[in-house]
Design a protein around this ligand. Structure first.
Ligand SMILES: [Zn+2]
Length: 447
């Protein structure tokens, strides 16, 4: 028996596995990360062929065959977790991906250990009474881009209907025209002033109303960048790729170009700007609609707030190395946990400031089909491009239903803001900005 043990031990050591002895807290690391997988990232258990988790660490695989042969595409041993987090924090997204792809199932190279091992996280500046967000870096991403109805129609983010109330003699007709990109811009512009006054360093992903993350209007982007963008997409994906084939076969009206070419590349540009800024918090600002109010030709009685974070991967959603890189990062970096907690603070502030309830899973179809609820009320994991590709702590806020019968009228009203009279905004938009602001104060104060 003793001889067998010595034999086994010698194999163990000669195979170089001594470096992989479980770390002391391995048990609890397995427990915590398995719980995050089950509750948030792979809640349907549809992606088990793409990962494994054990007392030594976590592996990601391209598919079932690679898992069977134990050929990881990415691997992080628990003993490397601290270094992995530093690489995710300090390297650019592209560098981090290249480092992880080169590492495969092995260890970090001595060069990476030297470069990142001793990098120090920046010490936050001390908050003061006047500057409670002193030195905090905040990225604001005002969703969509339209500033007028014409552009709102191209990006399909607009409301244009008439409300009729009363009877013949007292008929009251009111026109409702709203574009989401304008509401999100106004929210971000106001919020930026509030945050900067509190000492924060703020960036907005697009430079002005009606402009996109490339710094242009959609029409200017079409003139300057459309052809070269399409050419590079053809090179990358081939002519028959269903995502671009409609425009290649002549569907080149603005709506089609927006949908098949512009939307994705512009989203990538937003992500690039946010990740390069290395924010402490990213706020993706959106205004919602009632998804069952077909074509939005009349108001709805429903009204909810909700927040999204990444996660809730569906079957087939780990189909390429980049997606598997992000899945691993979401599992191990701490970004998911901090995003859920911050989004919880946002959701509570939305509810209290706006006096509108938080959505429950039964309140919208997508909440029960492609999302999963987190431990925070009103916060759902959802595998959106932005929630997957953006590093760090984030909230994807969906406040109010714009098509709600009261909200649509409130959102159209504008007046000079009492604290920043240079801005003319809806008092409702100002309340949304206040809610995000208070959630940041609460979260930074708690840190
Ligand atoms: Zn939106």
């Amino acid at each position: 028996m003793e001889r067998v043990l010595v034999f086994l031990l010698s194999i163990f050591l000669s195979a170089g596995l001594s470096a992989q002895l479980p770390v002391r807290e391995a048990d609890s690391l397995v427990k915590v990360h398995t719980a995050l997988l089950k509750s948030t990232l792979d809640n349907k258990g549809a992606l088990k062929n793409n990962y494994s988790i054990d007392l030594f660490g976590v592996s990601m695989y391209a598919g079932a065959a690679q898992k069977q042969k134990n050929e990881p595409e990415y691997r992080v041993n628990w003993s490397e977790l601290d270094l992995y987090r530093r690489v995710m924090h300090f390297a650019s997204r592209e560098e981090a991906q290249a480092i992880m792809l080169a590492k495969k199932g092995g260890s970090f190279s001595p060069d990476i250990v030297r470069t990142y091992g001793n990098m120090l996280y920046a010490m936050p500046l001390a908050p003061t009474t006047e500057k409670p967000l002193n030195g905090i870096r905040i990225a604001l991403d005002p969703g969509h881009m339209a500033d007028d109805l014409e552009m709102g129609k191209i990006e399909q983010k607009f409301l244009d209907f008439t409300i009729r109330t009363g009877s013949d003699s007292t008929l009251f007709i009111q026109k409702v025209q709203l574009v989401e990109g304008r509401l999100t811009w106004q929210t971000a512009e106001l919020l930026k002033l509030k945050l900067e006054k509190a000492g924060a360093i703020v960036m907005i992903t697009r430079p002005g109303p009606g402009l996109c993350a490339f710094g242009t209007s959609f029409q200017d982007w079409r003139k300057q960048y459309y052809q070269q963008t399409l050419d590079s997409l053809v090179k990358l994906r081939g002519k028959n790729d269903p995502s671009i084939s409609p425009v290649l076969s002549g569907k080149t009206d603005d709506r089609s170009v927006f949908r098949y070419v512009f939307r994705d590349v512009e989203l990538r540009k937003r992500v690039e700007l946010i990740n390069a800024f290395k924010p402490d918090f990213t706020l993706m600002i959106h205004y919602n609609v009632d998804e069952k109010n077909t074509d939005w030709q009349k108001p709805t009685a429903k009204n909810f707030n909700m927040c999204f974070v990444g996660g809730s991967y569906q079957a087939g959603e780990l189909s390429d190395p980049e997606r598997r890189f992000d899945f691993l990062r979401q599992l191990l970096s701490g970004d998911m946990e901090s995003s859920i907690s911050f989004s919880g603070a946002c959701a509570r502030q939305f509810r209290d400031e706006l006096k509108v309830p938080l959505a429950k899973p039964a309140d919208a179809l997508y909440l029960s089909s492609s999302c999963v609820k987190t431990a925070e009320e009103g916060v759902y994991a959802r595998n959106l491009g932005l929630t997957r590709l953006t590093h760090g702590t984030l909230v994807y806020g969906e406040t109010l239903y714009q098509d709600n019968k009261k909200e649509c009228l409130r959102l159209m009203e504008t007046k000079p803001h009492p604290e920043f009279p240079q801005l003319s905004v809806s008092p409702r938009v100002a309340q949304v900005a206040d809610a995000y602001y208070k959630a940041l104060l609460e979260t930074v104060g708690r840190k």
